[in-house]
Design a protein around this ligand. Structure first.
Ligand code: ZN
Length: 259
């Protein structure tokens, strides 16, 4: 599913929309907030932001929240920034469009400025979303902030890191990846980490995720989808990787070096 890294790719790809006026909006009202069309038609886009896994389109009237769910994706000016995510069908079927936004000038001769396409319809489009309960953004993690976020969390480390109220933007692939790099057992209690281990994890989050971003997103790690499917020997020590379910999520890890 799309993680914070994919949201960041879409945020960057949406930057050219800043300054344009929204001319026409077509929505699937099962996933788009009430009053959306009336609010944003004629509004001017003033900025594009990201918090966690959410892309935020600021207009002079309201902020549009794009929540991608399991299979949501963006097509900007006719181009899909992430052509084929491992978890999506790879097909571009306009019947799966939940939001189609055209900007002026253009009309029907040019591709829509923004399409929010979601086959499974588990994402949503909100107006002025309340993001106050989101945890520290993955791109702003520091050892101190991470220590504060994990303090008093008795849950399993893997699950706690997936909790958007603790760290915003990490999904299943990125959590496994950072735990592999930080040499931490995903089954540990989140509040059992020493200051050194928390610091190491924070540094890994800040250093590895930008590298994955530059390589294509959450599927670009050492524990990429093909590795997850086959569990070959660990790159670090040659021990076969293991696949287990933790908190309902498939987890791939190395018993030898993750402690
Ligand atoms: Zn290993």
């Amino acid at each position: 599913m799309p993680e914070g890294l994919e949201a960041e790719i879409w945020r960057r790809a949406s930057e050219p929309l800043v300054g344009r006026t929204i001319a026409e909006v077509i929505v699937d009202d099962r996933v788009v907030a009430d009053g959306f069309v009336a609010t944003v038609t004629g509004a001017t886009i003033e900025g594009i932001r990201r918090r966690g896994k959410v892309v935020l389109v600021d207009t002079d009237r309201a902020t549009i929240g794009l929540h991608f769910g399991m299979t949501g994706r963006l097509i900007v000016d006719g181009v899909a920034p992430i052509e084929q995510l491992a978890y999506s069908s790879g097909r571009d079927d306009p019947t799966w469009d939940r939001l189609v936004m055209s900007t002026a000038p253009g009309g029907r001769a040019v591709p829509p400025a923004l399409r929010f396409n979601d086959p499974r319809r588990l994402g949503r489009v909100s107006l002025d979303p309340d993001l106050g309960r989101l945890g520290v953004d993955y791109a702003e993690v520091t050892p101190k902030r991470l220590a504060g976020a994990l303090d008093g969390r008795h849950g399993v480390l893997k699950s706690i890191l997936l909790d958007q109220h603790v760290v915003a933007g990490l999904g299943n692939l990125c959590v496994d990846e950072v735990l592999w790099w930080a040499r931490l057992d995903p089954r540990r209690s989140a509040d059992s980490l020493s200051a050194t281990e928390t610091g190491r994890l924070a540094v890994v989050i800040r250093r590895r995720l930008p590298i994955m971003l530059s390589l294509g997103g959450s599927t670009a790690g050492v524990l990429n989808p093909s590795v997850r499917a086959t569990c070959p020997p660990c790159e670090r020590d040659g021990t076969p990787l293991e696949r287990v379910v933790i908190g309902g999520r498939t987890t791939v890890w190395c018993r030898a070096h993750q402690r």
